[in-house]
Design a protein around this ligand. Structure first.
Ligand code: NBG
Length: 775
């Protein structure tokens, strides 16, 4: 037995008094994880030398850690061998819950960054919240989404270490709590560097009141405990929107203050009490505006504990912080009601006022009299993005087009004032989880051809390009794709009893459910193909399986209506014997990181169909690309950079561009399109003509109105579904047609893989380190 295998056996005995043969999956999981933790404890304990970057984020969507940690430590194979030799399926850990402490792209990006930084030896520490319940689990009941709590700790938490000794106190107007850190090792590939993710848990200062208990006031006796724990109880399930709630503000300040206090104490221990050099030791990146309250918090610490004057303290703050914007959706630009802010954070509010005063003076000096667009405190609200831009030295977008939109249409007044602060950092994803781990067959294929250097140097992927011309490589690629489809089909059958037809094209759209991402457009186009096949308009259609995966925020009813609609389309198509040998529609429930790792490698077609100008970057587009799917998408977010690099001719780009939409936005009339184009009318009418039913909820009629009449604050068809509908259907049928030439299609796929080099988060995080943090 190898030493690590012995260590596992030993752990089982020590922790559970059991052995490989009798251990439960949960015991095995904890024993393997603990044994792996032991192998990296010494490396983890090494102090960081030089400047440290801190990534403050309300979300870290880590997914399942066991496989990636074992892979990065080089222990995956040994572990699987041990399981095999004990007659245990090496896939046992697929039952382990994901760490789902994030909603979607923003949280997953943070997780990719941690992996990439540790792998490259960049000292990057994550700071966030240890939510007791992560993103809800999704079920379907009669096609409607239902939510269950995500009890991720039920499996134990072997990858965290509670650091009681490092707890700090966080004060609110009406409450004071402990923030207790749980540290997780972030193990770089090769195991040479181990960084830390510190997640804070809220706990009561006085968890139990005996006096109240003795007075038989049982509820009141545990009131403080409940109130404290509520702060880190649950992740807000909104993606790209702002909840604006008191508890949310508490969460934000809770982890911001705890992180800043901890960083401040580290600085003091290392460098003493001269805080003027703080920014030489720490760079702090704000992942969206959620941690922006860190800005006045650091100011407060510098001025009260560090005894600095306002101006020098502000200078330190500005040099320390940088801000990343992840969306231009108006509803996501965070604003806090002034009186709410004052009552929750009375000790912080004065520092916000000081920042506002400094801004006001600067605007006067610059002769700007129209201050309404700039003021951090304006009309009874505190504008967090304004505070973030004003008080930091860097504001970045996450794809080229997104950064341009920030500069020229979302926040042009700020760009005019401080052009030098604005920069772009196109997102990336870690090729270790999203290729090496989730598609080992393709990883071997690549390594056989160009060596294994790509695992840590993704720019080497371009060396794969010549193999796109090689017939036998194309053949092998197609076999691997088939294998991944088979694996996915097995998995989905076991999970949901779906019977996927694995000789079909797999056309996949997986991401959060949002109107701007246009899952409804996808569904309309499926209906159009369904009618077209039935009517004989569409001939020579290559059988296709359309797969969706998406969670809707529980309070976002229109998104829930779209889920119900897609499930009804699935029913219609899948039970219609006239077409169901040619089409299949599947809505995978509870889409999450682990599910993505199964779905993405099996895809032929990657659906990236957001309205131009709405998706800041997207990151699943990159994951699909490196797994050899072609992009069927709009000119939006990182799709643009993807197809520029891989060749537009190897992808399927359709629809209006940002410039086009700018021109027509005031005159666009979806009703005209609806009236003029029978194919459009036919699919839209399925919402109301009884073809499909929403079970009396009224949701479909509401969707219909949102397209043709406008609903709530939206214009009719706010996201231009009807405008892009026919071009989308055409592009989709073109891809379907091209697929018939398997060799030519495989060539496109391989060229996409070979062009994926720039889309690694290794490149992105290196740019943050070089250009923003100067590490
Ligand atoms: C999301 C964007 C995506 C982007 C990720 C990561 C938010 C607020 N924004 O397009 O919608 O890829 O951030 O940058 O979740």
């Amino acid at each position: 037995m190898q030493p690590f295998q012995e260590a596992i056996v030993h752990k089982l005995r020590e922790m559970y008094h059991t052995d490989m043969k009798s251990a439960t999956t949960k015991q095995l999981y904890n024993a393997v994880s603990q044994a792996a933790m032991d192998t990296c404890r010494d490396t983890w304990a090494q102090p960081v030398q030089g400047k440290t970057a801190c990534y403050l984020s309300a979300e870290f969507l880590l997914g399942r850690l066991i496989h990636s940690n074992l892979m990065n430590l080089g222990l995956l194979k040994e572990t699987e061998d041990l399981l095999n030799s004990a007659g245990i399926n090496p896939n046992v850990f697929e039952d382990v819950e994901d760490d789902a402490l994030g909603n979607g792209g923003l949280g997953r990006l943070a997780a990719c960054f941690l992996d990439s930084a540790a792998t490259q030896g960049i000292p990057l520490m994550g700071y966030g919240i240890r939510y007791r319940y992560g993103l809800f689990k999704q079920r379907f009941a009669y096609g409607y989404q239902e939510e269950d709590a995500d009890d991720w700790l039920a499996w134990g938490d072997p990858w965290s270490v509670r650091r009681e000794d490092q707890k700090v106190r966080v004060n609110f107007g009406d409450q004071s709590v402990w923030a207790v850190p749980y540290d997780m090792p972030i193990i770089g590939y090769g195991g040479k560097v181990v960084n830390t993710l510190r997640l804070w848990q809220a706990e009561a200062i006085q968890p139990f009141n005996f006096r109240l208990f003795n007075d038989q006031k049982y509820q009141e006796a545990v009131q403080q405990k409940n109130d404290a724990e509520a702060i880190s109880a649950v992740l807000y399930p909104n993606d790209d929107t702002d909840a604006g709630k008191r508890l949310r503000l508490k969460q934000q300040y809770f982890f911001s203050s705890a992180s800043l206090q901890s960083i401040f104490a580290d600085y003091t221990a290392k460098c003493g009490t001269d805080y003027s050099k703080f920014a030489e030791q720490y760079a702090i990146q704000l992942n969206d505006t959620h941690p922006t309250v860190s800005i006045p918090e650091l100011l407060r610490l510098l001025m009260t504990q560090g005894h600095m004057g306002f101006e020098p303290a502000f200078q330190v703050v500005q040099k320390t912080f940088a801000y990343t914007n992840h969306t231009i959706m108006a509803e996501a630009l965070e604003k806090w009601n002034l009186s709410l802010f004052q009552s929750v954070l009375p000790e912080v509010y004065p520092y916000v006022v000081m920042i506002q005063n400094r801004l006001s003076n600067e605007l006067v000096k610059k002769n700007i009299t129209e201050t309404g667009k700039y003021n951090i405190i304006q009309d009874g609200m505190i504008h967090m993005a304004r505070m973030a831009i004003y008080s930091t030295h860097s504001t970045n977008g996450v794809a080229k087009i997104h950064t341009e939109i920030i500069k020229h249409s979302a926040l042009p007044e700020w760009y005019a004032l401080y052009p030098e602060r604005f920069n772009n950092k196109t997102n990336g994803v870690t090729q270790r989880r999203w290729l090496a781990l989730c598609n080992r067959e393709l990883a071997d294929f690549i390594t056989e051809r160009i060596g294994s250097g790509w695992v840590t140097d993704f720019s080497q992927m371009s060396r794969l390009k010549p193999y796109a011309e090689d017939q036998s490589s194309r053949q092998r690629f197609l076999e691997i794709k088939q294998e991944k489809k088979n694996q996915l089909a097995d998995y989905m059958y076991r999970k949901d009893r779906f019977g996927l037809n694995t000789s079909n094209i797999f056309d996949i759209q997986v991401k959060r459910l949002h109107e701007y991402k246009r899952q409804l457009l996808n569904a309309f186009s499926i209906l159009d193909m369904y009618f077209g096949i039935k009517d004989g308009r569409i001939q020579g259609f290559h059988p296709t399986t359309f797969i969706f995966g998406a969670k809707a925020a529980p309070g976002y009813y229109r998104a829930k209506g779209i889920i119900k609609f897609i499930n009804e389309v699935a029913n219609l198509v899948n039970y219609d014997n006239a077409v169901n040998r040619r089409m299949q529609v599947i809505f995978a429930s509870n889409y999450n990181v682990s599910y993505a790792e199964k779905l993405i490698p099996a895809a032929d077609i990657s659906e990236q169909i957001s309205t131009a100008g709405t998706e800041a970057s997207g990151t699943s587009n990159m994951k699909f690309m490196m797994n050899g799917a072609v992009t069927l998408g709009t000119y939006d977010g990182a799709n643009i950079e993807i197809v520029q690099n891989a060749g537009e001719e190897n992808n399927y780009i359709f629809g209006a561009r940002v410039e086009d939409l700018d021109k027509i936005k005031d005159t666009y009339d979806p009703v005209k399109l609806y009236e003029k184009k029978p194919r459009i009318r036919r699919v839209v009418d399925t919402l109301i003509d009884g073809t499909l039913t929403d079970g009396g909820s009224g949701w479909f009629a509401e969707l219909y109105d949102s397209l043709l009449k406008g609903a709530s604050w939206h214009k009719p068809d706010n996201y231009y579904l009807l405008l892009d509908f026919l071009p989308y259907c055409d592009a989709r049928l073109q891809a379907n047609h091209d697929y018939a030439d398997r060799q030519a299609f495989a060539k496109k796929c391989l060229l996409n893989i070979a062009a994926a080099g720039p889309f690694t988060s290794d490149r992105t995080i290196r740019q943050y380190a070089d250009e923003i943090w100067h590490i």
